[in-house]
Design a binder for this molecule. Structure first.
Ligand SMILES: *Cc1c(COP(=O)(O)O)cnc(C)c1O
Length: 249
């Protein structure tokens, strides 16, 4: 289907209904953090974002800085989507930090993977911040151990979170994020990446004496977000189920 033929309202409604269903199935022992939908709009035009916004969606995700900046600065979006909340979910290079931080509506960076990156963002944020707000960040963990996936090694997660809490006063630590292995078949049992992220949150919270109910888990995409929520995801990042499949660039 072409972008024009995609029924965004139906896609959104379906995903939101599925999210509710998954929350209802989740074990009562799980921290009862209301799950949040980040609509991943990468490769899709501003017109589709505006449509989703008009149906009530506020959180959107992009994984390239240039694309996020271009969309965030587009006059149509600035005019019609004043309360949009952008999540950056891609690999962030140091030389793109200023461009990202200067993008209107930037709400959260989900992919902090080193002390150095956190320091750089922390240092630059005061130039861009509005209303005295700290910038929300998540720490990305490479749960699958694949070289191609970015994120901090699990053993370093506590250290990185501690670094942010102690040394980055302009940042607000929100939670942990993983991408994980693509194409995992859940008929094989619970997704090991999701299990690991869940486990790492426990460890990080224990090590640093944090309230587990205050630490989010961002995991799950179009193929597996319901499964992720059943396993404790508090943020899911869904693209194709809302905006249609992407044609490879
Ligand atoms: C593209 C992307 C998604 C969404 O993928 P879909 O399969 O289209 O839902 C989620 N998270 C990240 C980090 C992505 O890059």
């Amino acid at each position: 289907m072409s972008d024009e033929e995609i029924d965004i309202m139906l896609g959104l409604k379906t995903v939101l209904t599925q999210i509710e269903g998954a929350v209802a199935r989740r074990s009562k022992e799980l921290p009862q953090v209301a799950p949040k939908l980040v609509a991943v709009s990468k490769t899709k035009p501003v017109a589709m974002i505006v449509k989703a916004y008009e149906y009530g969606q506020r959180h959107f995700g992009e994984n390239y800085v240039n694309e996020l900046a271009e969309k965030a600065n587009s006059p149509e979006l600035l005019d019609k989507c004043k309360d949009i909340k952008w999540h950056f979910i891609g690999h962030l290079q140091t030389n793109k930090i200023n461009k990202l931080l200067g993008s209107p509506g930037l709400h959260m960076i989900e992919t902090i993977h080193s002390d150095n990156l956190a320091n750089n963002i922390n240092k630059q944020w005061p130039k861009y911040r509005k209303n005295d707000e700290n910038l929300k960040v998540m720490v990305q963990i490479n749960t699958s151990g694949e070289d191609a996936k970015s994120g901090v090694d699990p053993e370093q997660a506590t250290q990185l979170v501690e670094h942010i809490l102690n040394n980055c006063p302009n940042l607000e630590f929100i939670g942990l994020m993983t991408i994980g292995q693509y194409g995992y078949d859940i008929s094989q049992g619970p997704n090991p990446d999701f299990m690991k992220l869940f486990q790492y949150r426990k460890e990080v919270c224990k090590n640093l004496n944090l309230d587990i109910n205050q630490v989010e888990l961002s995991m799950g995409m179009s193929t597996d977000f319901e499964h992720a929520i059943e396993m404790g995801a508090t943020t899911v990042r869904v693209g194709s189920n809302i905006f249609g499949t992407r044609t490879p660039k």
